[in-house]
Design a protein around this ligand. Sequence first.
Ligand code: AMP
Length: 219
Amino acid sequence: MYIVFLGAPGAGKGTQAVNVGQAIKLEHLATGDLFRQVQAQNTDTARLLRSYVEKGQLVPDDITIQTVLEQLAASTGKGIIFDGFPRNLKQAEALDRALAERGESLDKAVYIKVSEKELLSRLSGRWICQKCQTSYHTVTAPPKIQGKCDRCGSKLYQRADDTVETINKRLNIYFAETAPLIDYYKRSGKLIEIDGEGSVDDVERRIMDSLKVAGVVSR
Ligand code: AMP
């Protein structure tokens, strides 16, 4: 099974993709996480990636698509939740082609919808665990011990691209390039729209219920 998680930066895609992935036993493929791992290295590729990501720009399609295709080729075959990919039409078409070449196809695109006001508030207070990537928020979801992850005890950090200026740029790019994918998946009958406001558990329940209603997950 292959599912795309769509939504603006801050919509909760990453958190939900991890939780739903564990619940229905699919691999979690997050291009942002893959790029952050490479960026931490001292290589030319790391510097190249940083030059896009830290400015809030999209990494060029050829690099992004190649990265995803390599992960797809190396996957176990139990299915994948794509988180943060595709982010434009070219990437969506490349994914459809790659799956078709394997005799497979995308099952659903889960669009997590959150208001712009809420996105700005979530992104500007976001802290993330260095190790397990669990997301916290200074106001709405603070960790029990300041600066430490409740799940694994590792240090929390703020992403370099979670500054007000870069957040605005990322949101503009989202509305211009990624939001048109909502229509793309609606046209192919694959879109599932989810209200992304409320608690993490509420949103997860809505996603699981919709996947069951759509018949892609057993009840
Ligand atoms: P994310 O963690 O999904 O918010 O991604 C962080 C950053 O990585 C984005 O702002 C982009 O610079 C880059 N990135 C992640 N996924 C993609 C993608 N599918 N296409 C291009 N750039 C991406």
